[in-house]
Design a protein around this ligand. Structure first.
Ligand code: SF4
Length: 375
């Protein structure tokens, strides 16, 4: 039975920065004009360059990272946008793809977010406005390697859609990827900000994926994000429009009575989206570098992230102990398979041993994962 009721917690258009800083050489970009026209009541300051502002900012705030999100910088990205996904760390099997970073930082405030550590020295909310340079670069690279299938994600150090009603990157990216013969765009989000996507005439070559968790986990660990049902409602609209949609149950957090919570999550997921419309579901457990732990404890004292024991893996990241991870994956995979035997399920950022322990099979090679996501 479908239960597509829109719930509260929507983020559509609610981001209001305290101030906007515009780098001198960015004033004349069309995207700058567009963003500023939507923030006419917010003070705007022109700056020479972002480094100076970051230095000033870091010395004047207590919660540098939290305050950084409230200040939007419009900047120009110099250099090459397209990078190989850095997720392929030692000992891990990674879904092989490329990333472009059009923005830095995120308006949401998840307790487990690695950006709190990664961006601690440059915590401002940055948006790059020279999207024309990105499109030109992508066009050249895709043409240079016509036999390669490119999967390009924009959600490595930001949420791909959270700011899309203010900074409508998708209005440029979707029509561009529609025309590509050897590339797909992957937008990864926790938001429900899909208005621009729904206004596009063509969903070809675009995958939209949602990171989801039980509502109890969202309430406790994913501050500022739309609720589970808002995300799934947005996903159902995109699926109906013809976009390919995927779901990341990631990070799985083993709260007390997690089995019940994740069973409820899987039930709700299938209430909103039929299995035939899900490209894939990925599973990933909570993981972190040791330097992140004190930041989480200080910024999110009420977190339940550290109630269990964690050990470092070959990539230096701490995870739940392997038997516990295996149990969680087996259990949640079982819930998913009860709903659909055909569903494609994979494990993100996991060891070969976990893939084998849970599936009984050797993990896919990068090539096979590429084929899995084939055009
Ligand atoms: S949505 Fe993603 S990028 Fe944003 S705060 Fe949460 S984990 Fe970080």
């Amino acid at each position: 039975m479908s239960n597509k009721t829109k719930t509260s917690g929507s983020t559509q258009s609610i981001y209001q920065p305290d101030a906007v800083f515009v780098e001198q050489n960015c004033r004349n970009f069309p995207l700058t004009e567009e963003i500023l026209s939507r923030l006419s009541h917010v003070p705007v300051y022109e700056i020479q360059d972002i480094e100076q502002l970051e230095t000033q900012f870091k010395t004047s705030q207590n919660d540098v990272f939290g305050e950084g999100k409230k200040n939007l910088v419009l900047s120009r990205f110099n250099g090459s946008f397209l990078k190989k996904c850095p997720g392929a760390s030692p000992g891990m099997v990674c879904c092989n793809y490329y990333v472009v970073n059009l923005a830095k930082n995120c308006i949401f405030d998840c307790s487990y977010c690695f950006l709190q550590d990664f961006l601690n020295n440059n915590p401002l909310q940055v948006a790059y406005v020279n999207i024309e340079d990105l499109l030109q670069e992508l066009e050249e690279v895709f043409a240079q390697f016509p036999d390669r299938a490119f999967r390009v994600g924009t959600g490595e150090i930001t949420d791909s859609l959270a700011l899309d009603s203010l900074i409508p990157y998708s209005n440029s990216l979707v029509p561009f990827f529609n025309k590509q013969k050897n590339a797909v765009l992957e937008l990864k989000t926790k938001s429900d900000c899909v208005e621009n996507l729904l206004d596009q005439p063509d969903p070809t070559n675009v995958i939209v994926s949602w990171s989801i968790n039980p509502q109890q986990v969202i309430d406790l660990e994913e501050k500022g994000t739309p609720g589970l049902e808002s995300r799934l409602h947005a996903a159902s609209l995109c699926a109906e429009k013809g976009y390919r949609v995927g779901f990341h149950l990631d990070p799985i957090i083993l709260i007390p009575e997690w089995e019940e919570a994740y069973r409820g999550l899987v039930d709700t997921l299938f209430d909103f989206i039929p299995a035939s419309q899900m490209e894939w579901v990925s599973l990933g457990s909570f993981r972190y570098r040791s330097s992140l732990k004190p930041i989480i404890k200080s910024r999110h004292p009420e977190t339940l992230l550290f109630t269990g024991e964690h050990l470092p893996g070959k990539d230096g990241k701490f995870r739940y102990l392997r038997p516990l991870r295996n149990k969680a994956y087996e259990t949640i995979r079982g819930f998913l398979q009860e709903k659909s035997k055909e569903l494609s399920i994979y494990f993100c950022m996991e060891t070969k041993e976990v893939w084998e322990g849970v599936t009984g099979k050797t993990p896919r090679s990068d090539e096979k994962l590429d084929a899995f996501f084939d055009l």
